[in-house]
Design a protein around this ligand. Structure first.
Ligand code: NAD
Ligand code: TYD
Length: 363
């Protein structure tokens, strides 16, 4: 973003989650700008991810819901951000199968309310601020549905065909974001990324789940035949892409962001086992002996793959981290951070949040 101080404060929603917290850390480190971080602190939100920012006045945390219009209006008026980056969401496909209502509430209704407040705020800015303002909506490749083995990768013009309640709720939010641009002129940009991995990912998702189960000598559950393919994107590469899109992306456009690293699930799990055999050998032998195939996820999408040619061509972004390097860094991070793991799993971090924030109340 440009050098005007107005534009250097960003409102990040979901900034205590996996990608959001990586982005908050990246933004402050790379731009020196400030972050107003609005996060509801659901089970997936963890202020421990932002421990290194303790006492840093460039990070203001507010516990709250993106669907709380009054709160969002107050935050926008008070902090006057130059951009909003919307990471807040219910994000786990399996949870959306067991309980889709929360997904519709946050991903659809919450995004709608946030957009509405953003639009009102944007309309009240002066012309040069209005020109520079961005609403960046972080979405997923899952809105495009499932690919066969030889289908071309998803591009920005692939038709939407969401299959899970999670994907459908994200698709609905993408449509609302698009409509706010076409109808009201709100300068929105949507990014659709592939599966992220890296530090601070909650251990309900495949990679951290497998690392931590393996360390505990527990079974490594593979859904179905293990041949479903995902396109893995290192979270720090993703953060860099979002920064670039904020700075150079064209309002009204969408950008696909992928890792150029398609892997079958079984191969991902075997790679984790190899790394652990090297970095944390197991007394009982090969970690891969813990692999077990379990009942498939209902409606399990077979393959995702992202064509990220547009962001490469138009904005000059490039994947920096190949999958082997990123996975090694990720495994090493989980091994080096047992306290983080312990807190996430025991629920201690939630008690810490209660202790630290209940007395202060909401801003
Ligand atoms: P996450 O589940 O780790 O974090 C979500 C965060 O949003 C949590 O901190 C949670 O407390 C917060 N939140 C949830 N509901 C909220 C609400 N109503 N108001 C305010 N905050 C709320 O998710 P993530 O993996 O970091 O994903 C971030 C975004 O990226 C999501 O929009 C997701 O759909 C998208 N995405 C993620 C991936 C991935 O691989 N993780 C891939 C593609 C797209
Ligand atoms: P996940 O990390 O849940 O991401 P998504 O469903 O958004 O792609 O799952 C990644 C892949 O791993 C997906 O094909 C489902 C599969 N998977 C397993 O095989 N076992 C597991 O225990 C989990 C959580 C996922």
């Amino acid at each position: 973003m440009n050098s005007n101080p107005h534009s250097k404060t960003v409102l990040i929603t979901g900034g205590a989650g996996f990608i959001g917290s990586n982005f908050v850390l990246d933004w402050i480190a790379q731009t020196g700008g400030s972050v107003v971080n609005l996060d509801k602190l659901t089970y997936a939100g963890n202020l421990g991810n932002l421990e290194s920012l303790k006492g840093d006045t460039r990070h203001v945390f507010i516990q709250g819901d993106i669907g709380d219009g009054e709160l969002v209006r107050r935050l926008l008026a008070e902090h006057r951000p130059g951009a909003i980056v919307n990471f807040a969401a219910e994000s786990h496909v399996d949870r959306s199968i067991h309980g889709p209502a929360d997904f519709v509430q946050t991903n659809v209704m919450g995004t709608f309310s946030l957009l509405d407040e953003a639009c009102r705020y944007w309309q009240g800015l002066n012309p040069s601020e209005r020109e520079r303002f961005r609403f960046l909506h972080v979405s997923t490749d899952e809105v495009y549905g499932s690919l066969g083995p030889n289908d071309p990768a998803f591009s920005e013009t692939t038709a939407y065909a969401p299959n899970s309640p999670y994907a459908a709720s994200k698709a609905a939010s993408d449509h609302l974001v698009r409509a706010y641009h076409h109808t009201y002129g709100l300068p929105v940009i949507t990014t659709n990324c592939s599966n992220n991995y890296g530090p601070y990912q909650f251990p309900e998702k495949l990679i951290p789940l497998v690392i931590l189960n393996a360390l505990d000598g527990k079974p490594l559950p593979i859904y179905g035949d293990g041949l479903n393919v995902r396109d893995w994107l290192y979270v720090r590469d993703h953060c860099e892409a979002i920064r670039l899109v904020l700075a150079k992306g064209r309002p009204g456009e969408t950008y696909n962001i992928g890792g150029r690293s398609q892997r079958a699930n079984i191969d991902v799990v075997r790679s984790i086992c190899h790394l652990l055999n090297e970095l944390r050998p197991r007394l009982g032998g090969d970690h891969a002996s813990l692999i077990g195939f379990v009942k498939d996820r209902p409606g399990h999408d077979r393959r995702y793959a992202i064509d990220c040619g547009k962001i490469e061509r138009d904005l000059g972004w490039k994947v920096r981290t190949d999958f082997d390097t990123g996975l090694r860094e990720t495994v090493a991070w989980y091994l080096a951070n047992p306290d983080w793991v312990e807190n996430v799993r025991s629920g201690n971090y939630q008690r810490w949040v209660d202790l630290n924030y209940n007395l202060r109340g909401r801003q």
